[in-house]
Design a protein around this ligand. Structure first.
Ligand code: A3P
Length: 898
């Protein structure tokens, strides 16, 4: 850490502070202190020069990385040059020796238990860097991977490498062969052994290991090809945490040392080893058996191993480092400008310190400026010195970036306010900016307390666009505040919402001495802790700080100064900054998958509930969904359910044939409020079971994840009939609706359309056949919903015996009161189907479009489809047997397999 006493004159506070605080003499401090000032100056110069050369090389040679340029349009002013404009990188073309893959390859993690800390740390890292993974728990035997699993996995990680070392020969050979043939690397973390081994032979590995040793003085090998994020050649002096280290002693040239350490207490049995460098991370280059592996001698609780784990993954997957770019963008927001209790606000010297620090940081963080968010209502509301601080900020307005916070800051009810009220507030702040020379064109806005951003309050978005022409905002609430390593962005109503990170500083954390958890906690956060890791994980970082963090002990300056130093020492990262609009463009360019939001249930998150309008209610969400697929009898089920006094369906949507079709199409972008308007307010309805039927949900690619995010406890009802019949019924339905392609082509033409057929015909074929691939879609629902929330009905049974099906449904949903449908449904000979009994007399049947009459399917088409669906039906049989429903299994399925 930068020692506190050194901070005076460096932009940090010494005046208002308690007597100079001496930082801990921990091992972590000492090595940083050792960097003398003079050396830093020379180093800074050399690093600066090298960076320039590197930058040139970078832009020219590495098109897949991010280049930044300044354009004549950029803002030139008194702090040195125009604002950066980010040149978006060309899409990365990933070269791979593998042929085109059917699956997106995953990292396969063998974890000990669901709760093991290392297993969870591994998952955290994978989630943070958006790597797809699959976890296999416990089990003594590692599942056998064969050529059928080709392309499914890109890397295998053993939480306890002992599992791998001790596999029986047959299985070990199979696994190694899979890795060799499909270029899959292995990462192993130390064996979980309670006893200490010295010089133990590692089976089949041509290396020895010592376990449970204590180490000191950690060094990263500058020559290791594994390093990417991690800077080589650095040493961490002092005793390393934990007495459970494993070290590996290679006995073959296949091994290269990635990092080593020294023994901190001698090993009696091998005195010669006491002073030797003992490898703590080794790379097996594959010279021995063609499999590349990296072994770690300590878990991820050691911060350097988190970084080396990222590097090892990058190295082993596709043999490159495409896992993470080396550029990190940073934007530091300073919320609450002009806000704060008297005595805690910035005075003149604080403002001067802020400006001088900003100028200094611009040398290490290209293009850096603080991004100030102001609330004009509280201007000049401090002591005299603080009011002068306000004036000084305004006098230097052109040096900063600015954004609208809100006129009055303390509006926890903003998310309840109408568009008019919000507009009035915004206009006041806008006027204040205009009168005081604050730029109003950044396009960036921030809501106090994140209210209204997520969960979305539409009037806020409307007002932002109208008054501030807002294009970008940020929040730490999406999808949730915790876990923090997966803050993400989305776009709503053309406003790009970027993820925001916390750096551990809040409005009330203003003195180092009284930092919650002690100053050690803040230091840990910076020196390899959460703040540092956030930086590693995210190419684009927007940090939230507050005005009070720049007054008092100036903790924000202290935190980021130390963070930048630490990053410079331990990583190869290049730091840059850019205005929010540029950051937003880059973010959604890099992560196009984040563009569409996924709405979550505000009632499942306490923080969200606090910033959600009190007039809204999660009771206006369905308790179950009938998801289809189309033409299986969904309308019949819908109409029978609606007869039940405790069940209520959605209001009709005239645009989509009454169905809401929220989760499957463009309606999803209309937001949660739009969806909830299709359901009655709890006070206006006595029905306890709201439901919705949209038959296109079943096979919608994104529907299961979207539905589960919003209504995770809902039940899902699926109906299946013979897929051959379903396809034909759908074709007839399209013809009846006047679909031109369906009218112009026979059924056989449609289903047998090939790659060479015209696009409309191919599209029709896919829409006709895809929903009948039942097993594929059911598995996708099961990826999210637990099996006991899924009810699968036999559509033939619904047709033949709807009363028994309705009883089944009620029992499954545990609906009260239980209604006997025997007298409510009656077979109508004219219609040929069961219909509702009205007043005990007449029948109310479904309309003409349900239960149509059309010629029988031609035999060739039927044969074609039977063949087409055969493998899907085999898979369906498997999944239905596993789920043990419907009972009995549909007759057509049994007949088909027979
Ligand atoms: P057909 O019109 O091809 O016969 P969906 O409502 O999911 O679109 O399904 C329509 C199908 O429901 C009809 O297809 C029909 O076979 C079937 N169905 C089942 N029970 C029915 C009922 N009681 N009344 C009308 N159609 C019913």
């Amino acid at each position: 850490m930068i020692p506190w006493e050194k901070m005076t004159g460096n932009g940090y506070k010494s005046g208002k502070m308690k007597p100079a605080v001496r930082m801990d003499q921990s091992w972590l401090m000492r090595y940083l202190r050792a960097a003398a000032l003079s050396r830093s100056i020379v180093l800074t110069f050399i690093v600066g020069l090298l960076s320039l050369l590197l930058l040139g090389w970078w832009v020219a040679v590495k098109p897949d990385e991010i280049a930044m340029k300044t354009t004549p349009n950029g803002r030139a002013d008194d702090i040195g040059g125009p604002d950066p404009v980010i040149e978006l990188p060309r899409p990365v073309s990933v070269t791979t020796t593998l042929p085109r893959l059917k699956y997106e390859p995953k990292v396969l993690v063998f974890a000990e238990t669901q709760y093991s800390p290392l297993g969870r740390d591994i998952v955290t890292v994978l989630e943070a860097v958006r790597k797809k993974f699959r976890v296999e728990l416990g089990g003594k035997n590692v599942p056998v991977l064969t050529s059928e699993d080709r392309g499914k996995f890109s890397l295998i990680v053993f939480e306890n490498v002992d599992k791998y070392f001790k596999m029986d020969k047959w299985n070990r050979d199979l696994l190694d062969r899979y890795c060799r043939e499909y270029h899959v690397g292995i990462i192993g973390f130390p064996p979980l052994l309670e006893h200490t081994l010295i010089g133990a032979t590692v089976p089949n590995m041509q290396m020895l290991m010592h376990t449970n040793v204590q180490l000191q003085d950690y060094t990263v090998n500058v020559a290791s090809p594994v390093l990417h994020l991690t800077k080589g050649g650095q040493s961490l002096e002092g005793v390393l945490p934990g007495d459970d280290w494993t070290v590996f002693v290679p006995k073959h040239e296949t091994y290269e040392i990635v990092a080593w350490a020294l023994l901190s207490s001698p090993l009696n049995s091998t005195p010669s080893a006491n002073s030797t460098q003992l490898p703590t991370v080794v790379l097996d280059t594959g010279k021995l058996d063609g499999v590349r592996r990296v072994f770690f001698g300590q878990s991820l609780k050691f911060w350097l191993h988190k970084m080396l784990f990222l590097d090892a993954m990058g190295y082993l997957i596709n043999g490159g480092h495409q896992l993470m770019p080396l550029t990190r963008y940073i934007l530091i927001d300073v919320d609450d400008i002009f806000v704060g209790r008297k005595g805690t606000r910035m005075n003149i010297s604080d403002v001067q310190a802020m400006i001088s620090t900003m100028m200094r940081w611009r040398k290490t963080v290209a293009g850096f400026r603080f991004n100030l968010g102001f609330s004009g209502k509280y201007f000049h509301a401090g002591f005299e010195e603080e009011n002068k601080g306000d004036d000084l900020l305004l006098a230097n307005a052109s040096k900063f970036w600015w954004f609208c916070h809100m006129w009055g800051h303390s509006q926890p009810h903003l998310f309840n306010a109408s568009t008019d009220v919000i507009i009035r507030e915004m206009q006041l702040n806008y006027q204040f900016a205009k009168e005081n020379g604050i730029p109003t064109n950044s396009g960036y806005v921030i809501s106090p307390h994140h209210s209204g951003v997520y969960p979305v309050h539409e009037p806020l978005y409307d007002a932002w666009r109208r008054i501030w022409n807002a294009q970008v905002t940020s929040t730490e609430e999406y999808p949730h505040f915790k876990p923090m390593h997966i803050h993400r962005g989305f776009i709503y109503r053309d406003i790009r919402v970027l993820p925001r990170q916390t750096c551990g500083l809040y409005t009330h954390t203003i003195f180092l001495e009284s930092y919650p958890g002690g100053k050690e906690r803040l230091e840990r956060n910076i020196l390899g802790g959460d703040l540092f890791m956030t930086f590693l994980y995210n190419p684009i970082n927007i940090y939230m700080t507050h005005l009070s963090n720049y007054a008092n002990d100036r903790l924000a300056l202290y935190t980021f100064e130390n963070l930048f130093q630490f990053i410079g020492k331990w990583t190869n990262l290049e730091l840059r900054s850019a205005p929010p609009l540029e950051m937003a463009k880059l973010y959604f360019h890099m992560f196009p998958g984040d563009v569409d939001p996924v709405w979550h249930n505000p009632c499942d998150d306490k923080r969200h509930m606090q910033i959600w309008a009190s007039s809204k209610s999660c009771e206006r969400l369905p308790k179950f969904l009938v998801v289809g697929p189309q033409k299986t009898g969904t309308t019949a089920l819908y109409s029978f359910l609606s007869m039940h006094p405790a069940i209520r369906s959605n209001y009709h949507n005239p645009e989509t044939f009454e169905e809401v079709q929220f989760f499957s199409g463009k309606n999803y972008h209309k937001g949660l409020d739009w969806y909830m308007n299709f359901f009655p307010l709890p006070d206006n309805s006595s029905a306890q079971y709201l439901f919705e039927k949209s038959a296109t949900y079943f096979d919608g690619e994104l529907v299961p994840v979207r539905a589960f995010s919003l209504i995770p406890r809902a039940s899902i009802i699926v109906i299946v009939i013979d897929p051959v019949r379903r396809a034909y019924s759908w074709y007839q339905h399209m013809r009846a609706h006047g679909d031109r392609t369906a009218r112009q082509h026979s059924f056989l033409d449609v289903i047998s359309a090939s790659r060479d057929s015209p696009l409309p015909l191919r599209n029709l074929r896919n829409r006709c056949l895809k929903p009948g691939e039942y097993a594929v879609h059911i598995e996708k629902w099961l990826d999210h919903y637990p099996a006991n929330q899924l009810l699968i009905l036999d559509g033939d049974e619904l047709r033949r015996s709807p009363v028994s099906v309705m009883h089944k449904v009620q029992r499954f949903l545990k609906i009260k009161p239980f209604i006997d449908y025997t007298d409510l449904l009656r077979y109508d000979a004219k219609k040929g189907f069961y219909c509702q009994v009205v007043n005990g007399e007449s029948n109310r049947c479904l309309g003409r479009s349900k239960g149509r009459r059309y010629p029988p399917m031609d035999a060739e088409a039927e044969k074609f489809l039977q063949h087409y669906y055969q493998p899907y039906n085999v898979a369906l049989h498997k999944v239905l047997t596993r789920l043990n429903q419907p009972v009995p299994l549909p007759r057509w399925l049994q007949a088909d397999l027979h």
